[in-house]
Design a protein around this ligand. Structure first.
Ligand SMILES: Cc1ncc(COP(=O)(O)O)c(C=O)c1O
Length: 336
């Protein structure tokens, strides 16, 4: 086996003495485990023969409808037919890479970007060129410069990969104005966008931003996941893509896994229809906010604490035991 950043990250994060801020692991202990256990038992008793069998390669139709309802919270209008259920959004990243990338193709991605996506692009032998960010997310002028540089070098840019909400690992979100600017540039350069959006519903301070896909359905492939709003152990995510791409994603997925796990899909579907999942997302948000505040208090030197002339402001989201925060101003000097 060769070295893997993901393996290394999990190895460190799973050490009990480590509070890892590197990954996006939800705090699943905060789930109503009794209710989930009962729900899963009932699923086997009531629908076990279906739940434990193979099913459609595109994913369970009822779950796909429910996914459309979830996406409506970020303004995405889609029908069940537009959705491909995947084994987490990680499989969606792999499928997108398999379907769209040829060796040597360029993918533009924020600097820094999500290590799992970079692994998928590397498997497809793509070349990743990074685009600078600041506290408002991807910088449109930097995107334009990269596109121009690729054009001048005769390099084919296949897509822009972006995590517009609570970016992993930087924690920043793409501002409203920049969302429009990025889409304008994408239209100008006929650039496809892969929008990876697992954290949209987990913001502390604001309502979920309208997705890029909600603004341009033809140019944006949207990836979502139940890993952060329910449980990553379910390994259920999805992709929504323009028609031609979607068909190819389904074919590639069937070749890879035949169908996404039926049991897990029905479990997520039942969770959405029988459990107060939106309330649970609020529980996660409150919990993560408290943890974020505790972490900042612990890390902030005394002279930066409230009442002093502190200068650190957090804008990021967090997930589970980890909490990604971004200092948008100069850090305080350590107190002596
Ligand atoms: C930005 C981003 N995309 C995708 C994933 C993969 O998530 P999933 O569990 O849905 O495969 C993660 C996981 O941390 C992530 O942070």
């Amino acid at each position: 086996m060769t070295a893997s950043e993901i393996r290394a990250l999990f190895a460190v994060a799973s050490r009990p003495e480590v509070v890892s801020l590197a990954g996006g692991s939800p705090y699943t202990a905060a789930l109503p485990l009794d209710a989930v256990g009962e729900m899963l038992g009932k699923l086997v008793l009531d629908r076990g023969a279906v739940a434990l069998n193979y099913s459609s390669g595109q994913g369970d139709p009822t779950l796909r409808e429910q996914i459309c309802e979830v996406m409506s919270l970020v303004g995405v209008a889609a029908t069940a037919d537009d959705v491909v259920v995947t084994v987490g959004s990680q499989q969606a990243l792999d499928l997108v890479s398999r379907v769209l990338l040829d060796p040597g193709d360029v993918v533009l991605a924020e600097s820094p970007s999500y290590v799992g996506a970079l692994g998928s692009f590397a498997s497809a032998e793509a070349v990743v060129r990074h685009v600078a960010m600041d506290s408002d997310g991807l910088i449109p002028e930097a995107l334009r410069e990269e596109l121009e540089a690729c054009r001048a070098a005769g390099q084919r840019v296949k897509f822009l990969y972006t995590i517009p909400n609570y970016q992993n690992p930087a924690g920043v979100s793409l501002s409203e104005q920049r969302r429009e600017q990025v889409l304008e540039i994408a239209a100008e350069y006929d650039l496809l966008i892969v929008e990876d959006d697992p954290y949209a519903l987990l913001g502390f301070e604001s309502e979920p931003a309208r997705a890029l896909r909600a603004r341009d359905a033809e140019r944006v492939i949207y990836l979502g996941s139940f890993s952060k709003t329910f449980a990553p152990g379910m390994r259920v995510g999805w992709a929504v893509a323009p028609h031609g791409v979607r068909e190819k994603l389904v074919l590639a997925s069937e070749a890879q896994i035949l169908c996404p796990p039926t049991f897990n899909q029905l479990a997520v579907s039942t969770y959405l229809s029988t459990q107060p999942w939106k309330e649970q997302v609020k529980v996660f948000r409150e919990l993560y906010r408290e943890r974020r505040d505790a972490m900042i208090a612990a890390l902030t030197p005394r002279r930066c604490r409230p009442g002093s002339r502190g200068r650190t402001r957090t804008v990021g989201s967090s997930c589970g035991s980890s909490c990604r925060t971004v200092s948008t101003r100069k850090p305080c000097k350590p107190a002596r």
